[in-house]
Design a binder for this molecule. Structure first.
Ligand code: C2E
Ligand code: CA
Ligand code: CA
Length: 608
């Protein structure tokens, strides 16, 4: 250390030294000197304490220091020292030492270069324990890292939640929520000139799901999503908005021709079969399209939906474009459907009756109840005016029920008037025939046995009747209700239907009947139907019998019963009651019996 400066008394100097020692001891700072040439250190007491040497010699070999160094810090500690030595300047280092006890201690060391009286390069410096600081620092650093990692994880899960809220997990496509938002943005984007919206409904998806299971359904949806995505640009957007429903918004397609080309591309991509394992699944799509120019205010999504509705109505697997006429037609249709929904409740649905007679005796053997809608403004409406809409909106069953109930009420009315009403045939729609609750509903009506027949159209049996339909038909027969096949021969001949369903009778379609007066071939055809029916023990009714000549030929061909304008027009219940009364009176006056639908009775029934 440097010589004491003169000018201070020895006493003062000793006092200063003591105070310095006390201060150093209190601060636990060790003081060292290093004569570089001699590799010798001078350590004070505090240095020994720091290094845990247990020795108290002031002179220490620099080896002692070097050996105490943590091996991993050798290099940096020596390096720091070399830099200070070469620069003849400050030494500033931090390193770990290992105490004899094994404890690791972090030391900070600072020193100053000087040359001693002999000119030997030397350092004098101080060293202190910074273990607590280092540990604290390390703890803080790790806490910070943990906090940062947590923030990252939180951000990730927030993004995931947001993505899930906006996307469909199965296909990865955006969902309705996201689509609505994006579409609104696109509509407000002034840089967009044309915007087209496609509403896509898969055809055959339900069948795939039912037949091959949900995995196949999922695969179908995924491939449909990929196909549509593959057909549009990055500016466009496609979303899954329902089970098998997708919507797409196409930006700036330009003109109608280009739009049509893109839509057709999508349509044909969707019609390709989907591979599922070893199976090739049949799939298709109905697509409704609406397009807007800049500034138009129409609701594209709603318009594309109208177009889709039309595509489905026209038989699915097709593309339809929105037009204002489509919209107004649909509106009118919807209004009609709304009114029709209420019609049975308001007792506006009533049956007209058309008589059926025995082909030989012309006695009345049956009545067909035909639905009429007494519309408050439009007057009496025939089924042509409302059955199609009823079918599209699923209202046919209600109409069938209303007709059946009114027919039963009329019948008991006639019975209470002392008349003997013949069996009444009512028409039953395919949808109702598949209703699992049908039999229960019919039981509640407490129908008399052998009073009612149900007319089913041939096509119901053609599309492979399911178990429910077959069970219902068995239930109907069991209740004493006849099964009749209506419009026989109008669809594809259904001998299978005849054999499996064993109806009580079949009604030969009007088209076949009409031609019997002009064509030999048609006569033979009707004759063969009669033969087949005979063989199967099924009665034959000819409908659409418009002239006496028809009636005569059909009777000759072996038809059991006749129905048509030549026999009687569909008529009000009250008119039919009068007809029955007349026949009844005639029956009573004739010992052989046989109520005949006479010419006068025919004239009395009103044409509808
Ligand atoms: P459909 O079951 O074949 O009924 C016979 C239709 O032919 C009736 O028409 C009847 O008025 C008409 N018609 C009767 N005789 C002749 C004839 O000699 N010549 C001609 N050209 N036509 C004749 P309507 O009453 O307009 O019924 C049409 C169709 O509506 C029915 O055909 C039936 O499929 C359906 N329908 C009628 N009422 C109901 C019902 O209550 N429920 C269901 N689901 N369908 C019904
Ligand atoms: Ca019928
Ligand atoms: Ca018919």
């Amino acid at each position: 250390m440097a010589e004491t400066t003169s000018g201070r008394s020895e006493e003062e100097f000793q006092d200063l030294l003591r105070r310095l020692e006390l201060a150093l001891e209190a601060s636990q700072i060790g003081v060292w000197q290093h004569n570089v040439n001699e590799q010798e250190l001078l350590w004070d007491q505090q240095m020994h304490k720091l290094y845990g040497t247990g020795r108290h010699n002031r002179r220490v070999s620099s080896n002692v220091w070097f050996k105490a160094l943590h091996p991993e810090d050798h290099e940096s500690a020596i390096n720091d020292f070399q830099i200070a030595l070469e620069g003849k300047g400050f030494y500033n280092s931090q390193f770990r030492i290992i105490l004899p006890s094994g404890e690791v201690r972090h030391l900070r060391s600072r020193a100053h270069y000087y040359e001693d009286a002999d000119g030997a390069p030397s350092f004098i410096g101080a060293e202190w324990d910074v273990t607590a600081d280092v540990l604290l620092n390390r703890e803080l650093t790790s806490q910070k890292a943990i906090a940062e990692a947590r923030a990252v994880a939180l951000e990730q899960s927030r993004a995931r939640i947001e993505h899930a809220a906006d996307h469909d997990y199965l296909t990865g496509l955006p969902n309705r929520r996201y689509f609505d938002r994006r579409l609104a943005e696109l509509r407000n984007d002034a840089s967009i000139e044309t915007l087209a919206v496609l509403h896509i409904d898969l055809v055959g998806f339900k069948e795939i799901n039912d037949k091959w299971g949900h995995a196949a359904g999922d695969a179908t949806l995924q491939s449909a999503a990929a196909r549509v995505s593959g057909a549009i640009t990055a500016n466009d957007i496609v979303a899954r908005i329902g089970g098998d429903e997708f919507v797409a918004a196409l930006v700036n397609v330009g003109n109608a021709e280009r739009l049509e080309a893109i839509v057709n591309d999508i349509f044909w991509r969707l019609r390709r079969e989907v591979r599922f394992g070893n199976e090739m699944l049949k799939i298709g799509a109905s697509i409704g399209v609406a397009m807007s120019e800049a500034g138009s205010t129409g609701n594209l999504l709603a318009e594309s939906d109208v177009a889709l509705f039309q595509a489905k109505k026209l038989g699915r697997n097709r593309v339809e474009f929105f037009t204002p006429k489509l919209q107004s037609d649909l509106q009118a249709e919807r209004q009609l459907a709304d009114e029709l929904r209420l019609a049975p409740v308001l007792c506006q649905i009533e049956p007209f009756y058309q008589i059926q007679v025995d082909a030989r005796s012309r006695r009345i053997v049956g009545l067909e109840a035909l639905a009429r809608w007494r519309h408050p403004e439009r007057g009496l409406l025939s089924p042509i005016a409302f059955l199609k809409v009823a079918d599209e909106y699923g209202l046919t069953a209600e109409i069938d029920v209303a007709v059946l109930k009114r027919a039963l009420a009329d019948r008991s009315d006639w019975v209470s008037q002392g008349l003997l009403p013949p069996r009444i045939a009512v028409n039953i729609s395919g949808r109702r025939l598949a209703d699992p609750d049908l039999i229960e509903g019919l039981r509640a009506l407490r129908m008399p046995r052998n009073a009612i027949a149900f007319e089913l159209v041939e096509t119901i049996f053609l599309d492979a009747p399911d178990d429910q339909v077959l069970a219902n038909i068995a239930g109907i027969k069991k209740m004493g209700i006849d099964i009749e096949i209506d419009d026989f021969g109008s669809g594809h001949a259904s001998l299978i239907g005849l054999v499996t369903l064993k109806p009580k009778r079949l009604k030969i379609d009007r088209q076949l009947v009409t031609a019997v007066t002009v064509s030999d071939e048609q006569r033979r055809l009707v004759g063969s139907i009669v033969d087949i029916a005979r063989a199967l023990n099924v009665e034959v009714v000819a409908e659409g019998v418009e002239t006496e000549e028809h009636a005569r030929i059909l009777a000759e061909l072996g038809c059991d019963e006749l129905q048509g304008y030549a026999i009687g027009y569909p008529a009000l219940g009250s008119e039919v009651a009068a007809l029955l009364k007349a026949a009844f009176v005639m029956d009573k006056n004739r010992p052989t019996g046989g109520a005949r639908a006479t010419g006068s009775a025919r004239r009395r029934s009103s044409r509808s």
